[in-house]
Write a new protein. Structure first.
Length: 198
């Protein structure tokens, strides 16, 4: 074969070499394309794995936050229950104290009534007091008006029949009334100051 392109054998050899070179080039290009595609698949699988991992971490964090919120809600409910229990105990103690105070007041009223009844019976039985018998400085030679003035309040007087009214008993303290009174007085004070300022 000659290397002269004008000769027929030379052209065929050149075409054959070109075809071989084109097939090798196409094979190399296909190999590179396959390698690039494989690398892209590997990258996308790695990225998908990273995303799944991040999603799992986020889910775990969310679950921990929800657990923390649930624990806080339980603690808040326990604190509220404790406050309610404390208020209930305080109210029970106030009720018991008021009941004991009322019982003492009834007992004192009963004792006073018994004493009044005994004193009334003694007073009704006595018809003459020591003051009516002889008042100091009043005698036979005293002026009638002086004797009448000296003996005017000296007679024993019987107590009225029936139960005697007892002294009023103080009720339990009500702090809400004190708070309301303070609020009303502050409100009125503010209104008065506003009128003065205008």
């Amino acid at each position: 074969m000659s290397e002269d392109p004008k000769q027929p054998g030379a052209v065929a050899a050149g075409e054959e070499a070109t075809q071989e070179w084109s097939a090798e080039r196409a094979q190399a290009t296909a190999g590179r394309a396959e390698a690039d595609a494989q690398a892209a698949r590997t990258d996308s699988e790695a990225r998908a794995a990273e995303l799944r991992e991040e999603l799992a971490i986020t889910d775990q964090r969310r679950a921990e936050e929800e657990e923390g919120k649930a624990e806080e809600a339980v603690e808040a409910a326990e604190r509220e229950e404790s406050k309610k229990e404390k208020k209930r105990r305080e109210a029970e103690a106030r009720r018991e104290a008021a009941a004991a105070e009322a019982e003492r007041a009834r007992e004192q009223a009963g004792n006073a009534e018994e004493a009044a009844g005994a004193a009334g019976a003694e007073g009704r039985g006595a018809t003459v007091s020591g003051a009516a018998v002889a008042a100091p400085g009043v005698g036979i030679e005293s002026a009638p008006r002086a004797a009448a003035a000296a003996g005017a309040g000296s007679r024993a007087t019987p107590l009225p029949a029936g139960p005697r009214p007892s002294a009023p008993v103080e009720g339990p303290e009500k702090p809400e009334l004190h708070v309301a009174a303070a609020f009303v007085s502050a409100f009125l004070f503010a209104r008065i100051l506003k009128k003065i300022a205008d």
